[in-house]
Design a binder for this molecule. Sequence first.
Ligand code: NAD
Length: 500
Amino acid sequence: MLDAKEVLSKVRCDHFVDGEYVKSYGTKEETLLNPANNEPIATFKLGNAKDINHAVSIASAAFHNGPWRHMEIEERAQILYKMAGLINDNSEFLAMLESLNVGKLYKACLHGDVPRAAENFKFFTTPRWRHMTERYRMGSNFLGRSIDAESIVDREPLGVCGIIKPWNSPLMLASWYLAPCLLMGNTCVIKPSPWAPLSIMQLGEIANEAGLPSGVLNIVPGGADAGQALVKNQDVRGIVFTGGDKIGRSIQIENAQVRRKGPHLELGGKAPTIVFDDADMNLAVEGVAHGIFRSQGQSCIAGSRLLVEEKIYPEFMRRLVEYVKTLKISDQFDPAAHIGPLINRTHLQRVEDYIKSGIKEGARLVCGGKRPQGENLDRGNFLEPTIFEVNKPSIKIYREEIFGPVLTTRSFKTVEQAVLMANDTDYGLSANIWTEDLEKAKRVAKALDVGMVWVNCYFVRDLNTPFGGRKCSGNGSAGGRYILEYFSQPKMTCIAHYSK
Ligand code: NAD
């Protein structure tokens, strides 16, 4: 493992604009703390509206006057392929930064997030995306003459795209959008979350080394004011937002004042996990725990509402609690750790407020709920994996996205009841089903009002497939052709051929 101090001494903390790391116009400084001990790891300047508008003007000039959009898609793909290689070459460095900044387990960053980010870049460089032009021919008639009408449908870039990111899994989530955005010939300004900008900020150096023309990728970390400036800037032609439902709604309204193209919104979730009595119990117990406690529950697809068939409910809960108690809470660099710290004290306290409200509203605390004790744990933002049994579905912890290691559980009697309970939420991002009866699983999957369903697994994703939700979970899909469609606009050219 690399030395953390050495990694931090090399980290780029300035904004990346026009192919260079530059100072911010802003004066507000943000110090990031290691979630495991709250010691400072890096300081950067929060971008403000002036920084954003400057970056947009650079991205706009790069789009209109630079070579990027005129290159053949193969040439752009080659540069993105190099970026993928460089992400992999720097995987230990990037994984350590991500882990130090977010508190996500180092092994998950090294073997999951970082290689997956590279994979996302690579995926969009495969030849299949280079042949998106459609061609049609049809016999027709014009001014009394027969013609052979040749129609060509090209996909053209939008222009400057604004990409706004949340703080969980920043590098991997950024790669979902940067790769397709750039492949289609757009230029962009990405605004990482002020809580977790470090890994994304290193992409500037990687882009330069890969030969990305300057001005094509610009990175300005900042808070709400910077995000708002990006949405309001009229030179931005498309907004891609990943974050909470509340901000997503405000962006939808703001966006409508500025541009006709709607924003692409990937928002929160409150995923149901349905366990039927015929499930492989050992696998389901581990799967359910993984689905909620992985990344300390700080995931949009966290399976935070567990619904278990009544017949097996007591036994399943007994085994689940027994299993959860074996999970090791520790520093994110401990190879034996299952659960690391939450990102910061503010977020920890927010999650603890939910726990208090659950108790106040009458949910039964089955396990967890406290900060774990221990010499090395006191200084960090650790929280025990927490399970509540819920009687009233109206209570806050059952309805709102907690984004922490808190599972709510209920039992159900019939398949129909399970479906009703699963769909009884404002969100519609994902769901999980555990059963040995795959026909039943398919029927239930069809009845669930969500964008993604995992059966007997969790977050296994072919990059060709859509990632996205419905209802308050958003309106678009990352992945495959779905996101390429957002980042491009069709143009039809019809040529009449007259017979001589
Ligand atoms: P958030 O909504 O608070 O912030 C997201 C981003 O928006 C940040 O960069 C923030 O600085 C910026 N922002 C804040 N106010 C803004 C405004 N008025 N205009 C423009 N930008 C603004 O979310 P968060 O706390 O950073 O992240 C957690 C949320 O993200 C959770 O709800 C989680 O479910 C969601 N999320 C969704 C997905 C998905 O793919 N569906 C993936 C990861 C996270």
